[in-house]
Design a protein around this ligand. Structure first.
Ligand code: GLV
Ligand code: MN
Ligand code: MN
Length: 412
């Protein structure tokens, strides 16, 4: 019963249909959160869920829940899901696979007229990517009480457009109070976004944990001045200081091998004119490590360096702790359900720690949670060339169905 076959072709067709919305020239997707394209993707998903007989509800931060009823309406639903928003140069699978595999699992249960004790739901969380509006995992963060709804609604993008206004504009500011929706347990299927499964020739990653993250926003303030008449010794060049910070962040990442990751992904130079010495620079920092103690050491190293550098460079350096979550261990019973699903379906599998952040990290704080990884080509993600095979996507979906049914209890 827990191994009824999902429909590989139908799952792939849905993935490819969704990928047409916001398709990029290089074969990827740009469906930034709360844009018209995000709305189009959401609308298609909602239509598919309704066609599958689900009851769809939306909460005030735009999370979408589609429910297939169980025999016992008092039981909390077993949830599957992920996100439909993408990076600006994103791929066709990051997040989308977890949502559409959840839908495929429900379609499969319908095909086989399987009744379950608990309801089963597929959820699409709002703004997992954290690109247009930072930080990431906003929908699941508000849902679990990590963020306040008002705080998130007030966030603005680089054009000054507020999250709350954009959410209303696309018609996804729902009535439900975030977090009021019960979760019995939660499973998220995702591409690995790294090279390990492919290198180890395993189809399924049984995700035991996700590494912790610390994000910072740094502003360097120097003095803008003319690029010609200003002698080198008296300059207070914010970009020169910022470049030293970038080098140090990279050094910190290399200093804690093999797991530490350290990235500056965004930099805004002001006034950004070729014959003006930069007066101020804004940059973002993303630190990750599976051990919280190491993450703390990375934090201290960055702050100590910035204090020293500010003195030496005669520039001001403001370091803001922007976002933090500690390493997360998923629930043993959920991990075992995923492992058992891989075993029953006959897929090569291995335990793995997630390098990326996922909505599952926040949901793990309020409900038993597990994650499933499948390989992606050359480990490349957050890139338009991101790719995964139909067979691997289907394998992940099969394991997702197994784990979900094990928790929702199939009746006949
Ligand atoms: C989310 O995509 C992340 O940054 O890990
Ligand atoms: Mn993702
Ligand atoms: Mn992503």
């Amino acid at each position: 019963m827990t191994n009824i076959p999902i429909n590989t072709d139908r799952l792939w067709a849905s993935l490819m249909d969704m990928a047409k919305i916001g398709a990029t020239e290089k074969g990827g997707n740009c469906r930034l959160t709360l844009t018209d394209l995000d709305k189009e993707g959401r609308d298609l998903f909602v239509q598919w869920c309704k066609d599958a007989g689900c009851n769809v509800t939306i909460d005030a931060v735009g999370n979408i829940f589609a429910r297939r009823p169980g025999q016992d309406p008092l039981k909390a639903p077993v949830m599957m899901g992920s996100h439909l928003d993408t990076q600006p140069t994103g791929g066709r699978f990051d997040g989308v696979l977890g949502v559409l595999a959840g839908l495929e699992a429900i379609r499969t249960l319908n095909d086989h007229a399987v009744k379950t004790e608990a309801p089963i739901e597929v959820v699409c969380w709002t703004n997992e990517e954290g690109s247009r509006y930072a930080p990431a995992m906003m929908g699941s963060g508000v849902f679990t009480g990590v963020f306040e709804l008002d705080e998130i609604r007030a966030k603005t993008d680089l054009d000054g457009l507020a999250f709350g206004d954009e959410l209303e504009r696309i018609g996804y500011a729902g009535q439900q109070k975030p977090g009021a929706h019960e979760v019995g347990s939660y499973f998220e299927l995702h591409i690995e976004q790294g090279p390990i499964l492919e290198a180890e020739e395993r189809t399924i990653g049984v995700v035991t944990a996700a590494q912790g993250q610390r994000w910072y926003e740094i502003t360097v303030i120097g003095q803008e001045s003319h690029a010609g008449p200003t002698p080198m010794p008296i300059r207070r060049d914010a970009l020169v200081t910022a470049s030293k910070i970038v080098q140090e962040i990279n050094r910190i990442g290399h200093h804690y091998p093999p797991h530490a990751c350290a990235t500056v992904g965004q930099m805004l130079v002001n006034p950004n004119s070729r014959n003006v010495i930069p007066g101020s620079v804004f940059l973002t920092v993303d630190f990750r490590h599976p051990a919280d103690e190491t993450l703390s050491m990375m934090d201290q190293a960055l702050k100590a360096f910035c204090t020293r550098l500010a003195d030496q460079s005669k520039t001001q350096i403001d370091v803001v702790d922007f976002w933090y979550f500690p390493p997360t261990h998923f629930e043993d019973r959920c991990i075992e359900a995923v492992r058992e699903g891989a075993r029953v379906a006959g897929f090569e599998h291995m335990d793995i720690v997630s390098g990326a952040g996922h909505d599952a990290v926040y949901i793990a704080g309020v409900a038993p949670t597990g994650m499933i990884f499948v390989p992606c080509e050359n480990g490349i993600s957050h890139n338009e060339i991101e790719n995964a095979s139909p067979e691997d996507c289907a394998a992940g979906c099969q394991v997702l169905l197994h784990a979900t049914l094990a928790h929702a209890v199939a009746l006949d």
